[in-house]
Ligand binder design. Structure first.
Ligand code: FES
Length: 352
């Protein structure tokens, strides 16, 4: 069950002009709760002017083997006008305490032998850095090819950390950097990484059909283009994992559900249940939150997957979904923040 705790900031490292890495100390009594799989994220919460803001940031540090972590490091990039990222870049200082949710997310790779690859854009490197560094350190029979796309070298997050992986694992780690707004030295690609570019580039870099897992992370356009390129190259959907970082408003088709006049949601959360009427226009998460403020959520935008719940009975329609894989929706999971009732009774289980 997701919970918030106050964790102290142990380091603030500036990565680029518009991004920082925050290191948080985890006291021994909480280490088990903050144990994470490489690729997971943390939701940070802050109340400003009476309004609660939550944002999720991916953990970039390798996942420790054995006991839970003593520190957690997350990457934060400034989003123009972003309420949390502006605060993170301008105000957060050493010794501050932040409200941090326990780790969540299913964009993960438990270390296993094999060949893996990632296509990332901008801050999409953050979870993949944790995935690659954990994998290469723990699994000697694993190889990783990272294709990263950034605007310029100066705006590239975790440049040193990635270069370090290249030095440490020259045989098993392959790195390709594509800069969209900067000419590179001869022979290196530049320009935008879209479906067409990737369709040509990927087979030249590695045996596409032999890759056990593909990890796509970054803005919606890049992830979508990479997925289409991979599918076109014959890669099975089950080998493609994706996490979207930014979705422009209007990108998704929002379906308008025809809601019944009166509907109720029954929800089970942390072992306790309740049934409440759904008010006109609200999502099922909003209904649950009015009665159970401890219900898990972070983005409320269908992107992070923190509000995932199992649909026990009834029918819902999701406005948009950038977080759940098709196997999860087929198995009966929904995003509560995007779900509207289609039947008069809907039952959700947040504990499954
Ligand atoms: S809260 Fe992020 S997907 Fe629902």
């Amino acid at each position: 069950m997701a919970r918030f705790h106050r964790l102290r900031v142990a380091a603030v490292d500036r990565l680029t002009d518009d991004s920082v890495a925050l290191t948080l100390t985890v006291p021994p009594r909480l280490r088990e709760e903050y144990r994470y799989a490489p690729g997971q994220h943390l939701a940070l919460r802050r109340t400003a002017d009476g309004e609660e803001i939550r944002r999720t940031y991916s953990i970039c540090s390798p996942a420790p083997d054995g006991e839970g972590p003593s520190t957690l490091r997350v990457g934060v990039r400034l989003v123009e006008g972003g309420a949390f990222s502006t605060y993170a870049l301008k105000e957060i200082d050493l010794g501050d305490e932040l409200e941090v949710m326990t780790p969540a997310g299913r964009f993960t790779l438990p270390p296993a032998p094999g060949r893996y690859a990632a296509v990332v854009g901008g801050s999409g490197i953050t979870p993949v850095l944790s995935i690659v560094s954990t994998l290469l350190a723990r699994e000697p029979d694993a190889r990783f090819c990272l294709i990263r796309s950034d605007r310029t070298a100066a705006s590239t997050m975790f440049l040193e950390e990635v270069a370090d992986l290249k030095d440490r694992y020259p045989e098993r780690f392959q790195l390709v950097t594509v800069l969209s707004r900067e000419e590179q030295q001869a022979g290196l690609p530049s320009g935008r990484l879209d479906q067409e570019r990737l369709t040509g580039l990927l087979p030249a870099l590695l045996p596409v059909g032999q890759v056990d897992g593909w990890f796509l992370c970054g803005p919606y356009g890049l992830v979508e283009g990479a997925e289409r390129a991979l599918r076109g190259l014959g890669v099975a959907r089950s080998r493609i994992h994706q996490e979207i970082f930014h979705v422009d408003a209007g990108t998704a088709t929002v379906t308008t559900a025809t809601a019944p006049a009166h509907s109720t949601v029954t929800a089970r959360l942390d072992g306790r249940g309740g049934t409440w009427p759904v008010q006109a226009g609200e999502s099922l998460l909003d209904t649950v939150l009015r009665n159970r403020p401890d219900a898990p959520y972070a983005c409320k935008g269908g992107v992070c997957g923190t509000c995932r719940a199992f649909l026990v009975s009834g029918e819902v329609r999701m406005d948009r979904n950038f977080a759940l894989e098709s196997e999860e929706t087929e198995a009966g999971y929904v995003l509560a923040c995007q779900s509207r009732p289609v039947t008069e009774r809907v039952e959700l289980d947040f504990d499954r």
